[in-house]
Ligand binder design. Structure first.
Ligand SMILES: Nc1ncnc2c1ncn2[C@@H]1O[C@H](COP(=O)(O)OP(=O)(O)OP(=O)(O)O)[C@@H](O)[C@H]1O
Length: 356
């Protein structure tokens, strides 16, 4: 029986936070829940003055998780947080009428955008795995999840909770698998339905780039929402984007949209570093049989036509999804495996090209 992040969070919801009176997940103090095989780790981020009161809470949380089937080891830690809440996203600061030259983000050597024309083609899976693969190769990597409509990086990288802000102005990012991560989704709360208008989105994106304390990074990967809308345009207009990668599945419908994405980046003078074909070949997890569910080679052909490199072909494999769902992308979960290899190769190509 394998344990998942969801079952861990469910178990932790049975424990009451003595300060807020709600459960320790809803109270936002449960952070960095990671599941690696039968080992579960999480952090309770608390006011340092109340550490005595939280000792028994930690023990109860530890016991509740340890009692789950499939769990052999639990590491529950108490860490101190700052009292101040992170600053709210300020939509008013959004659109600046005057045109400015694209700016660099302080401390960040390069920005790499990962885009897709169509939703659901696996852009977030690819971003998370490339980020981890680069970190495994010793690069200082940040990942900004700019997909407000379907933020998936907190889940894929196994981080949760609201990020802290020691001074009420800057935002401390979260970190897991060697990747410094921030998601617009973490600022709005998991279950909160948000309707974002264009200018709000643009303001929030700028805020994420400039107010998050990214530290010194070799590369910041921006996981963009699908399509060619406001967020993509604002990013390229306001911030110096050093390169873009376009992810597509091999079907014609996805390729038509991918072409639009490449066109947009070219018009905005962002170099397109290459395309990645995802869900290229289905590999049966039982027998290893290969099947081309969505056709095969469509992206390679399109990349040739458009004159951009094909960086890799990622197979459709159950382990890739399970790893992402469990908060440990496949490159980190099975670094020696065949599914990890393609992402490690892509990361090597990016480093060799000076793009990451
Ligand atoms: N190569 C793969 N093999 C198996 N499952 C995959 C693969 N790539 C992505 N998936 C799964 O497909 C689903 C969609 O992937 P993902 O969230 O990465 O797509 P996306 O393009 O970022 O979606 P969105 O449009 O919502 O941003 C996820 O459940 C993910 O685990």
């Amino acid at each position: 029986m394998t344990v998942t992040r969801e079952t861990v969070l469910e178990a932790l919801k049975s424990i009451t936070d003595p300060v807020s009176g709600s459960d320790i997940v809803s109270a936002g103090i449960t952070r960095a829940v990671t599941v690696e095989g039968s080992t579960v780790r999480f952090v309770l981020e608390i006011d340092p003055g109340k550490s005595e009161a939280y000792g028994p809470v930690r023990d109860k949380a530890d016991a509740a998780v340890a009692a789950l089937p499939g769990v052999e080891k639990v590491s529950a830690m108490l860490t101190a947080h700052s009292e101040k809440a992170p600053p709210d996203l300020k939509p008013k600061k959004a659109a600046q009428p005057q045109q400015q030259a694209p700016q660099k983000v302080p401390g960040v050597a390069r920005i790499l955008a990962v885009a897709s024309g169509k939703g659901g083609v696996g852009k977030s899976t690819v971003s998370a795995n490339i980020a981890c693969a680069l970190a495994m190769q010793g690069r200082k990597v940040g990942l900004l999840d700019a997909d407000v409509y379907g933020p998936s990086q907190p889940k894929m990288l196994g981080v949760s909770g609201r990020p802290a802000s020691p001074d009420g102005k800057t935002i401390l990012p979260l970190r897991n698998h060697g990747v410094t991560m921030m998601s617009m989704g973490l600022m709005t709360g998991e279950d909160q339905a948000v309707i974002w208008r264009g200018p709000m989105l643009m303001g929030a994106l700028q805020q994420m780039l400039l107010q998050v304390q990214w530290g010194e990074l070799d590369v910041l990967i921006v996981d963009l929402p699908p399509g060619t809308g406001d967020v993509q345009m604002t990013l390229a207009q306001k911030t110096r984007v050093d390169g873009a990668i376009v992810v597509s599945t091999p079907q014609d419908v996805a390729l038509i949209d991918a072409r639009k994405g490449i066109d947009m980046f070219r018009k905005m003078n962002v170099p397109v570093l290459g395309m990645i074909e995802n869900m290229s070949t289905h590999i049966c997890s039982n027998c290893g049989h290969e099947e081309h569910v969505f056709g095969h080679g469509g992206v390679a052909q399109e990349a040739r036509k458009l004159g951009v490199p094909l960086l890799g072909e990622v197979p459709l494999h159950l382990d890739v999804r399970l790893a992402g769902d469990n908060g440990t992308p496949i490159v980190a979960a099975q670094p020696g495996g065949a599914q990890a290899k393609v992402f490690l190769d892509i990361a090597t190509q990016l480093v060799d090209a000076g793009a990451a």
